[in-house]
Design a protein around this ligand. Structure first.
Ligand SMILES: [Zn+2]
Length: 60
């Protein structure tokens, strides 16, 4: 037994730059009220790298 939960798909650190990942909740349904309202199937929790210099998150 270990503290690592293999069911979690969220990496702890960025595989590119090694920065500790942060998680955010994304609401797929834009018609919803802009507040924290968890609707199964419409929301997802994603991990992203908070490092602005991360080479893996080039915008445009
Ligand atoms: Zn990164």
């Amino acid at each position: 037994m270990s503290d690592q939960d293999v069911t979690a798909e969220v990496p702890e650190t960025c595989p590119i730059c090694g920065t500790e990942m942060q998680t955010a909740t994304i609401d797929f349904d834009e018609t919803n009220e802009p507040r924290a309202e968890l609707n199964p199937g419409e929301m997802a929790q994603v991990a992203f790298c908070p490092n602005p210099d991360c080479p893996g998150k080039r915008e445009a």
